[in-house]
Design a protein around this ligand. Structure first.
Ligand SMILES: C[S@@+](CC[C@H](N)C(=O)[O-])C[C@H]1O[C@@H](n2cnc3c(N)ncnc32)[C@H](O)[C@@H]1O
Length: 214
């Protein structure tokens, strides 16, 4: 089965998710606003996005490869305002047909996938022509000194080992463009302390269409 094993992180994340939501909830509304049809959510965690989906969405297929978080996502799915089917699955091996979804949602996941390029190629594969990628991710700081610190935490493996495979120095918007998506709109914002390692965040919409960069 396609699984990741981060039992301690999973429990920590679930316990503190409510606290994080004080800052994140309004951004989740914006992330999902206007979606419709069949949506694929990657790395759904304990299902914090589910209650933010608009009624125009017919169905969400929510993949979560960590067993504890998946069980919490199943509970959240039962209370969701739209139909949510929770399954196991990895971002770089999506258990879906080509061109089968109208949108892919990735929130706080592209920091954790082992290889952003293969995950993004999979997102493109399953998106219908013209489909959109909605993303909300923390990214490398614009401040050179902070970016260097983030790089050290990633390269030494300290941060990924502590936070369930997360990386804090990734240029995720750059990776999205390099994968052949066109970013139609994006804004950045802060969650948590400005000097924290997962600062800033970006929120945006990208559309598939261009060939992948070699
Ligand atoms: C920080 S949590 C974010 C959860 C949720 N998306 C949210 O916005 O609250 C990162 C999630 O990515 C999942 N994840 C880690 N590696 C993954 C992979 N290779 N493919 C898909 N999901 C993965 C983790 O199990 C975890 O649920």
């Amino acid at each position: 089965m396609d699984e990741v094993r981060h039992p301690l992180f999973a429990r920590f994340f679930h316990r503190f998710a409510g606290l994080m939501e004080r800052e994140l909830a309004e951004h989740r509304d914006e992330l999902l606003a206007g979606l419709s049809g069949r949506v694929l959510e990657i790395g759904a965690g304990n299902g914090m996005n589910f209650r933010h989906y608009p009624a125009t969405v017919d169905e969400v297929v929510a993949l979560e490869p960590e067993a504890y978080l998946r069980s919490k996502a199943e509970e959240a799915a039962r209370a969701a305002p739209v139909k949510v089917e929770v399954r196991s699955g990895l971002a770089d091996r999506l258990p879906l047909e080509d061109a089968s979804v109208d949108a892919v949602v990735s929130s706080l996941v592209l920091c954790s996938v082992p290889d952003q390029r293969s995950a993004l190629a999979e997102f493109k594969r399953v998106l219908k022509p013209g489909g959109e990628l909605r993303f909300l991710e923390h990214v490398r700081s614009q401040r050179p000194r902070m970016a260097r610190v983030q790089g050290v935490f990633d390269r030494t493996g300290i941060w990924p080992r502590m936070i369930g495979g997360c990386h804090c120095a990734r240029d995720t918007a750059g990776a999205i463009r390099a994968a052949g998506f066109e970013i139609e709109r994006m804004r950045d914002f802060g969650v948590g302390p400005a000097l924290g390692l997962t600062y800033p965040h970006v929120l945006g919409t990208a559309r598939a269409g261009l060939p992948s960069a070699a």
